[in-house]
Write a protein that binds this ligand. Sequence first.
Ligand SMILES: [Zn+2]
Ligand SMILES: [Zn+2]
Ligand SMILES: [Zn+2]
Length: 133
Amino acid sequence: MYNHRSTKQRRAILELFNRQEKHLAAEEVHQLVRFQLPKISLGTVYRNLEALSEQGDLQKTVFPDGKARFEGAKHEHHHHMVCLGCSNIVDISLCPVRPEMKDLLNAEEFEAVYHRFEVFGYCRDCREKKNRN
Ligand SMILES: [Zn+2]
Ligand SMILES: [Zn+2]
Ligand SMILES: [Zn+2]
C-alpha cells in the first residue's frame, strides 16, 4: 500500500508540521503543501492526515466548530486556548486534571484513553480590535 507517491505526500505533510508548530486544518495543510506538490487534492490531504494521526505522527483535535486541527505529535500532553474571534489556537502546558480524578476513575474501573479541555475567549489582537471600534 505504501507506494512511492503516498510516501512522498506523507513526508511533505510531516515536514510542514516539523517546520511550523501551528494547529492546521486540512484546508490550510492543502494550501501549504501545494507549493511542493501542486497536483495534490484536498481529499488526498484528508486521507494522509487521518493516516498520520492513526499512526501517532500527528495529533488530531476536533474543536466545537466541528473542524479538526492537526499538529505534530512531538508535543507533550497539553490543552488549548481558542479565540472565538480569529480561531487562533494556543497551547496551554498546564493540565487541569487533578490526581483525585485518577482515583475516581480507578474506583469506577474506567480506563481513560484521553480527555479534552479547551478555554474559549478572545486573544489580545481581537480584544484590541474590539476596543478600537
Ligand atoms: Zn483572536
Ligand atoms: Zn496544541
Ligand atoms: Zn490534560
